[in-house]
Design a protein around this ligand. Sequence first.
Ligand SMILES: [Zn+2]
Length: 83
Amino acid sequence: MRAIFLFLIVIIVFLLIMTIIRGRQERKFAKEQQEQQEKNRKDTAQKMISCEVCHAYLPEKDAICRDGKCFCGEEHLRQYENG
Ligand SMILES: [Zn+2]
């Protein structure tokens, strides 16, 4: 009877350790994913382009691009197309 009790304790301890290890791995994985996303966002945010009309620098995500030319706004896009 004592042997079965000890065996059960060993199994419970083993399961607890496995749960802790898995929890840590998942946290690590989630952290790495978060860091990767953060890095990707920074890379996109840091890419700067200049407006074809006024030559102002702005992040690519804020620019309006047509046919490989980028503009700071609709106004300069129209200005470029008309002139
Ligand atoms: Zn402009």
